[in-house]
Write a protein that binds this ligand. Structure first.
Ligand code: FES
Length: 414
């Protein structure tokens, strides 16, 4: 299929939701479809894409889950022909997110300083569907909302599971979970949402550091079930600090290599990443862990791996991401009909909220993706740690909690 051929008209709405973005994979004849949940697929055959569009939302529409869908940023339905200038019709649809009060059914110690929470609806209702890589917000109190990757089985719709590392130097979220959240307590949950989706490939190199193993667990189960080739290099301070280590080693002894730093030192990334694939569809790298590991993996992949092969998830801002000069600029909010000045010392989020425009937010540090907002005109100054380099370069969305503007005015879909 070529870029000048017609793309069949997409399903306008399915159960109130839609697959909201379809675009060409640059330099190829493939199409990438990205669903409202953040999961995505790459297709060579438009008929297969069409079938996925029809079937995908019904598979994970969150139907049956109790809770109050909260207003969230509206996402652009974008059909583009390879670059920003050729973007076609911009269609917007409401994007909703579940907000649930769940009960802590189990709280289990999984390793030194790591507890796993199993969360269930008080009435046993089915919970929202999710895919590997997804995370949820735990709303711990009015001032404390934290993001945790889902580490259970996506097919098990009655519970959500997360694992939380106590961080002595953290900002209070993990201490709250460890010390104040008990079995039988109710906790508010938002999401799931997914900015770390598992993309199709024939081979995967998984690299996890410490509690960064959590989003990798369901990915491994999925690629194993799909018959793809994969390996996991799992590093930690000590064996005793590495959650799910026994389970992984027992289930996949030939594919999982454990690297306790006190025994074997740091992960040997040059060896782990010695075999780059021929393309990003041939082999992908997925990495989650502490910032020094992420930076080292980024450097290694930049030197030797195909562009787009590396997939990373951060739960803290990339070093220096929010630095840089802060200039004043203006935002035009097309839905609200407002034009507002953004002073140098304030964020877009602060300004629009003060003007009474509701935006869903969570981390407010550019890592969770909750405040992602479509950019209709102007050039954002991206300072988030969520979007990939390509997504930032596209300039069609921005995280308004931290990102600013390179142009005198930004036009936002708010
Ligand atoms: S609120 Fe988390 S990225 Fe903006």
């Amino acid at each position: 299929m070529r870029s000048d051929e017609a793309i069949p008209e997409g399903p306008p709405m399915l159960d109130g939701r839609r697959v909201f973005r379809i675009h060409w994979v640059l330099g190829t004849d493939r199409l990438r479809a990205v669903c409202h949940c953040g999961s995505e697929r790459v297709f060579e055959d438009p008929i297969e894409l069409w079938e996925w569009l029809l079937g995908h939302p019904a598979d994970h529409d969150g139907g049956g889950a109790e809770g109050t869908p909260a207003a969230a940023p509206r996402e652009p339905a974008l059909v583009s022909a390879g670059d920003r200038e050729e973007s076609a019709e911009m269609v917007t649809e409401p994007h909703t997110e579940h907000e649930l009060d769940l009960v802590v059914e189990k709280k289990e110690s999984m390793a030194e300083g790591v507890v796993q929470l199993t969360l269930r609806s008080p009435d046993g209702a089915e919970l929202p569907a999710w895919e590997p890589g997804a995370h949820i917000d735990l709303v711990l109190d009015d001032e404390l909302t934290r993001q945790y990757s889902l580490c259970g089985d996506p097919a098990e719709r009655s519970v959500l599971q997360i694992a939380v590392l106590r961080e002595p130097d953290g900002r209070g979220g993990s201490a709250h979970v460890h010390d104040l959240l008990h079995v039988g307590d109710t906790v508010r949950v938002r999401g799931p949402r997914n900015h770390f989706p598992l993309r199709p490939a024939s081979r995967y190199v998984f690299i996890a550091g410490g509690i960064g193993i959590t989003p990798i667990l369901p990915m491994i189960e999925q690629v194993e079930a799909a018959g793809a080739e994969w390996t996991l290099a799992y590093g930690g301070r000590t064996r005793g600090s590495m959650a799910f280590r026994d389970r992984l080693q027992r289930a996949y002894p030939s594919k999982v290599v454990i690297h306790p730093a006190d025994e074997t030192g740091l992960l040997d990334l040059a060896e782990i990443l010695a075999d780059p694939g021929a393309s990003a569809e041939d082999a992908l790298v997925y990495c989650c862990g502490p910032e020094p590991l992420l930076l080292a993996v980024e450097a290694q992949c930049a030197a030797a791996w195909p562009h787009g092969a590396l997939n990373i998830e951060r739960f803290a801002p990339r070093a220096g991401a929010t630095d840089g000069p802060r200039e004043a600029f203006e935002v035009e909010l097309t839905r609200s009909g407002l034009t507002l000045p953004v002073p140098a010392e304030r964020s877009v989020l602060e300004v629009v909220e003060e003007a009474g425009v509701q935006v869903l937010t969570s981390c407010q540090e550019g890592t969770c993706g909750t405040c992602e907002t479509a950019v209709l005109d102007g050039v954002p100054d991206h300072r988030d740690s969520v979007l990939t380099d390509d997504e930032q370069a596209a300039n069609d969305t921005m995280m308004i909690c931290v990102s600013r503007s390179c142009s005198a005015r930004l036009v936002l879909d708010l």
